[in-house]
Design a protein around this ligand. Sequence first.
Ligand code: ZN
Length: 327
Amino acid sequence: MHSVKVLVCCSVIFAGLILVTTRPAWAWGRDGHMMVNRLAQQNLPADVPAFLRNGNAQDVMQWMGPEPDRLRNRAEPELSGAEAPDHFIDMEWAIQVPETCSLPAPGCYAPGRMWPKQRYDFIRAIAAAQAKHPDIPMTPEKVGTLPWAVEESWEKLKSDLREYRKEAAANQDTSGVELAALYDAGWLGHFVAAGSQPLHATIQFNGWTGPNPNGYTTDHKIHSQFESVYVSTNIKAADVDPLVKAVQPVKIDDEWMQYWKYLDHSNGLVEKVYQLEKAGGFNGSGTGEAKSFTEERLAAGAIELRDLIYSAWVHSADPVEEYHGPQ
Ligand SMILES: [Zn+2]
């Protein structure tokens, strides 16, 4: 995050640039998303129910990987417009929005790093931050809402799995809830994977903007060249799978904080993507360094997704207060 201050002070210059730059439609390409979802599913621990680990689950999870991007279609402009911010977070803008905090306050993972967990509270916080930062485009459409898409999808999955436990314990037919859980796990996968693509966690999402002393590309090509063309041509699931297997599954108890840290890490790798591009790493068959980097990023997405699904399963057993409708 060393460059953030420089970037923000100069935001007047490139706020304008961003307005004329169209954000790419995808996060990872179709192949990358299918790979992350499938590798996460294949590496779920054995105590997760079989319906999430069998061959049918593999097919559904893989198909679901790119599903949220299929819906980003000009034929359905209202749906597309509503969901577009869920696919990214521009960390350089987002860090201008947080509530002030210091460690170890709950919800604060680093000094000044705390966001409201409720989506609409965040949207109100963005609007409030606009007054403090008139030179930054402070709207949900510009800042992005990826962490809220992940949190809400994760909660949906946890709720499905709680219902599954209940129906299974009562010896009821669980086919309906299994369908819902698979759909929601696959949907969650798309947004978790998006966070491992560094260009989905930055204002530098498709060509360098602002001061550029290292001469990084300013063409609006790097995004799809890296996440789609290069991945489809060069990256094999068989090479990524061992990287996922090398990391033992972990039960996450604070998925919100954990996901923000994962995003921060991705944001820290943005410049690396530009360095690799400058060195020709993503041209044709690319370089060994670019291949290792890309495999590591896809594996990071699969590990995060595997652990979030596993944690949704474990935490679906947590006791909950019965809800009796609005009082
Ligand atoms: Zn996407």
